[in-house]
Design a protein around this ligand. Structure first.
Ligand code: AMP
Length: 454
């Protein structure tokens, strides 16, 4: 199966081939013909499956070949396609894909998100673009200021719709939907299908084609995963040891909190390891710079919180480290999916202290396997260590449209996919040990509920 066989125009196939892709991924093989056919689509696919090209390629095809196709790439034109994404990073990446695959076409695009000046965006919008990629909050700002006109949208794409709902964007999305023309093509991509997503899909989609590709759990198979049991105060020296002795050159490290991310960057710096943190308290330009330097290989370590890292697209990222385990098990799968993407093999290592054994148990249950455990010589955990409560900072979601994200945050466990959110197990079963019997029978460390802590 080739991209040309899926019915895409030569100009698009050429751009895809230039980019080095020859064989469509399963989501692309299914989504492309469905979108080309012109109907609505409900697609279950996670980041890492190739979903972005899955909607971008047929979108470009439809816009460039239809009767409304622009004759030149300079003429002022209305927005014909709107792509909404939950985070700024994802918005930027999706627009980059639009540019990459649309490089031989006469279509224009721009991206708008919060955290950066609104005036250049107003100027771009005034000039007119065919394809607009946006986070909901900033789009709404433009709508309220009358600086965006969505009256001619032919195709609407909601990317990572579940994340948008998790981040409290549903009201914003509904306000956007209300101003779009009634007759249009709708594509909804979501990794999970909670009741909330189903309700949204029911109201939005008209007799949609439905496709679902294997959940990331199967991608997980190609990623070598292991845990290193370690004392909580030895995590930082262990990480420096692993990076140095294994000569890791590009490592994405996840911490639970923004503060933890900053602290770790400082600690690594003292060990001579270059790192930067990306999280919601960083300015957009700092986040973009850190990501660019990391992609270029100038930066050895990128330390990220879950939401800031969402959708980060780095081809063949070899190492992901869970410095802290995520408190939502599904985030483990999202995190390790940053490595081993689209068939490349990768390695995901989790540093697990005695406080996190319940989290480990939940993750293993979700991925339906025991993670191999390997104690690193010199970093043996204290068998008598007592678990301590894990402090989860209850803060708003940082990655959104940049408008009052504090108010957007909602209680943990809002959707079905988040049913094992923090707080659900407060004071639950006795803590389990790493595999031996140390710690068995101790009370579980209570965790604070009320927010996803990032
Ligand atoms: P996505 O799920 O859209 O975030 O894409 C995941 C990764 O797969 C990205 O790094 C893409 O560049 C890559 N990718 C997308 N389509 C293909 C393809 N047909 N062949 C190989 N890699 C691809």
């Amino acid at each position: 199966m080739s991209f040309a066989q899926l019915g895409l125009s030569d100009a698009i196939v050429r751009a895809v081939t230039d980019h080095g892709y020859t064989v469509p991924t399963p989501i692309q093989a299914q989504a492309i013909p469905a979108v080309l056919a012109g109907g609505d689509l409900l697609a279950g696919a996670q980041t890492g499956t190739g979903k972005t090209a899955g909607f971008t390629l047929p979108l470009l095809h439809r816009l460039s070949t239809g009767s409304n196709a622009p004759a030149t790439n300079t003429q002022t034109r209305p927005i014909r396609a709107l792509i909404l994404t939950p985070t700024r990073e994802l918005a930027a990446q999706v627009e980059e894909s639009v540019r990459t695959y649309g490089k031989y076409l006469k279509l224009t695009s721009t991206v708008i998100f919060g955290g950066v000046g609104i005036n250049p965006q107003i100027k771009m919008l005034k000039h007119g673009v065919d394809i607009l990629v946006a986070t909901p909050g900033r789009l709404l700002d433009h709508m309220q200021q009358g600086t965006v006109n969505l009256n001619h949208v032919e195709i609407l794409i909601l990317d990572e719709a579940d994340r948008m709902l998790d981040m409290g964007f549903i009201k914003d999305i509904r306000k956007v939907l209300a101003v779009l023309p009634k007759k249009r093509q709708n594509l909804l991509f979501s990794a999970t299908f909670s009741e909330e997503i189903k309700t949204l899909a029911d109201g939005l989609l008209n007799a949609p084609a439905m496709i679902e590709v294997a959940r990331r759990n199967s991608t997980v198979e190609i990623i070598a995963q292991k845990i290193h049991p370690v004392d909580r105060d030895k995590k930082h020296p262990l990480l420096s040891h692993l990076i140095t002795t294994n000569k890791w050159s590009q490592v994405l490290v996840f911490t639970r909190t923004k503060h933890g991310a900053n602290k770790l960057v400082e600690q690594l710096g003292r060990d001579g390891i270059t790192g930067m943190a990306i999280h919601g308290n960083k300015s957009q330009s700092a986040r973009t710079k850190a990501l660019a330097e990391f992609k270029d290989g100038a930066l050895q370590v990128l330390v990220a919180t879950d939401i800031a890292a969402r959708g980060i697209d780095i081809d063949q990222l070899p190492h992901v480290v869970n410095y802290d385990l995520p408190n939502v098990p599904e985030d483990y799968v999202h995190r390790i999916g940053r490595t081993g993407r689209a068939g490349a093999t990768g390695e995901a290592v989790s540093l697990v202290c005695v406080d996190e054994l319940d989290m480990l148990k939940d993750i293993q249950k979700l991925i339906k396997r025991q993670l191999p455990s390997e104690i690193v010589a010199g970093f043996e955990p204290d068998p008598n260590a007592k678990p301590q409560p894990i402090q989860l900072r209850s803060q708003g979601h940082p990655g959104g449209g940049g408008r009052g994200s504090q108010q957007r945050s909602k209680p943990a466990g809002g959707g079905a996919a988040r049913s094992s959110a923090p707080g659900a197990r407060t004071g639950g079963a006795p803590a389990k040990s790493f595999g031996g019997d140390q710690g068995a029978g101790r009370p579980a460390a209570p965790r604070r509920s009320g927010g996803r802590g990032r």
